[in-house]
Write a protein that binds this ligand. Structure first.
Ligand code: SF4
Length: 378
């Protein structure tokens, strides 16, 4: 490997979309601490549980992990992941009696990215196809597998493990994001993957390793550690405020469409800056001109429900309890999926979601607008 000798290991596969879109972000991020969040911890707990369940399904030894993040929902979602993986494995097995199955496999793609490695949740190889599967427990952003750099990096790592042993022609990459019902698969030939690695990945990694290239703000800023103080992001977002309004007095439709597309990113940016400034004010006493810290509005609550019930009863009040039905997830768990479907299937509905305006890139199918009952007279 040439050109990367002094490079730092700053290129996570999960951040590949970001540093490939904005190469200098890789080094800029290094001055900020690695953030963890309850979402990240929850994701780790889900991965541990999914790994355990998949191993058990494959009759491998595994000790059940414990975590206070475990929940009925996590149980259900990791079951969906395992079901998908087992189907994939069974299908692959029908074509190959020499299948390799790797769970939570360290994948080294340092031939392409300095010191680059990651962990593949599931890698299956046999009979010409390499499968790479990634579980995503988050539900904030729906992630597509299509030309997803993180998945392509994992595929490169898996390829370097097996290319000498198997005749691999294509790679199938799947992202399973069960909480948003996203099962996204993308297939690519090995030749195309390697061409991408040489022509796009390597030059971007080289730029990133030297802090070169242009800062470029976009939706990839979302998890960048520099996002709160990044000037490039501020400049890009403040462009909205420089919008040149011209005659006529009312905005035209295409102007409104342009403002909506900018406003989405602008609101995320404003929210990041607000959270950042609030955290510094609370934790470090930082003063921001024109702002002060106050206590938010709260609602009254009982200090101890048992004591309240006892005290109210002793005072002669008996009609003080409400009965509520257990949740659908709890009921399904209680009865088992099949019985639940048989007994209560017809009594469960999924209400129509509130209509929301989203970017055309969103994977959900477009719906017809509500038809106006009357026309406004011209
Ligand atoms: S916030 Fe965005 S523009 Fe700024 S360094 Fe990070 S990825 Fe690049």
């Amino acid at each position: 490997m040439t050109g990367y000798n002094n490079a730092h290991s700053v290129y996570s596969a999960s951040g590949a979309y970001r540093w490939m879109s904005c190469p200098p972000s890789a080094l800029l991020e290094q001055q900020f601490p690695n953030e963890t969040s309850s979402y990240a911890e929850e994701g780790t707990a889900a991965h541990d549980l999914a790994e355990h369940k998949l191993k058990k399904a494959l009759k491998l030894r595994s000790k059940k992990p414990t975590s206070h993040y475990h929940s009925d929902e996590m149980d259900e979602m990791t079951d969906l992941y395992v079901e998908y993986c087992m189907n994939l494995i069974e299908t692959a097995r029908t074509n190959c009696n020499d299948l390799q199955i790797l769970i939570e496999q360290k994948l080294d793609f340092s031939d392409f990215v300095p010191e680059g490695f990651g962990t593949g949740d599931l890698v299956v190889v046999g009979n010409g196809t390499l499968h790479v599967v990634d579980l995503k427990y988050g539900k904030g952003v729906v992630v597509s597998a299509e030309r997803n750099p993180q998945m392509m990096l994992y595929a490169l790592g898996a390829l370097s493990l097996f290319e000498m042993l198997y005749d691999i022609e294509k790679v199938s990459m799947t992202i399973i994001q069960p909480r948003v019902d996203n099962f996204s698969t993308y297939e690519i030939s090995v030749d195309e993957l390697l061409a991408w690695a040489e022509e796009e990945l390597k030059p971007k990694a080289l730029l990133a390793s030297t802090g070169g290239g242009e800062f470029c703000a976009g939706d990839h800023c979302r998890f960048c550690r520099a996002r709160n103080q990044c000037r490039a992001r501020a400049v890009k977002n403040l462009e909205l405020l420089k919008y040149e309004f011209q005659d006529p007095a009312l905005l035209m439709n295409d102007e409104i469409a342009e403002i909506i597309s900018l406003a989405d990113e602008l609101s995320k940016w404003a929210s990041d800056i607000y959270s950042y400034a609030t955290a510094l004010a609370i934790n470090e006493g930082r003063q921001w001109a024109g702002f002060k810290l106050v206590e938010g509005r709260t609602r009254r609550k009982y200090t101890n429900e048992e004591t309240v019930a006892g005290t109210a009863k002793a005072a002669g009040y008996t009609d003080i309890f409400k009965h509520t039905l257990i949740s659908i997830t709890e009921m399904e768990k209680l009865m088992g999926k099949k019985t639940f479907k048989d007994i209560l299937g017809d009594l469960v509905e999924k209400p129509q979601g509130k209509l929301t305006l989203v970017s055309e890139a969103d994977k959900r199918e477009a719906v017809e607008p509500i038809t106006a009952e009357f026309q406004i007279e011209e």
